[in-house]
Design a binder for this molecule. Sequence first.
Ligand code: HEC
Length: 181
Amino acid sequence: MGMTMLKGSLGTMVSTVLMIVGMACGTGMNGQTASPPPPPPPPPPGQHAVELPPGQGRATVLRVCSKCHSPLILVANPRTREAWEETITKMAGLGAQATDDEFGEILDYLSANVSPQTVKVNVNKATSSMLQISLGLTDKEGDAVVAYRLKNGEFKTIDDLKKVAGVDAKKLDDHKEKIEF
Ligand code: HEC
């Protein structure tokens, strides 16, 4: 018990000293003002980490469809044209406001750019279900990719991705042009 306490406080002391040394090194090298790296600026309103792909109508989508939720919700839910039509009707019912022309533009944009056939997926960020939708993976394969990534770090090439046990390499090749790192 005594030992444990001693060890505990020693540990705290050591890490405190290391912290101070670290801070001192950060500030005083060669008299240069090594200021700590600035925090990343907050994203401007309407912009999000995951981007809607470029395309005709994108600005309208951002304006109309990011009022109540992040447009990330769109990228995470690639759909066919029929399904987008239903979604847009539902959103209009929930209060989304646009002219008929604008809703038409949004439908065209989403059908062309956020469909299961076209949506790109960053395999270092995507959830299992996003991987399943864009690459046609099974639940098991999607989960295996995420688990492998957590354990081994980021994928850099498609060959890294092919090392994940249980994932069908043919599916990866078939969807190669949609895979981003
Ligand atoms: C007035 C607020 C509002 C606006 C504007 C809005 N939404 Fe939504 N959206 C919601 C709410 C509330 C939910 C969650 C309710 C639900 O899932 O049924 C939602 C959920 C969603 C979802 C996920 C649920 C689903 O149906 O798959 C998608 C996709 C979506 N919105 C697309 C859009 C699109 C496309 C637009 C632009 C045309 C849009 N939203 C504009 C309120 C809005």
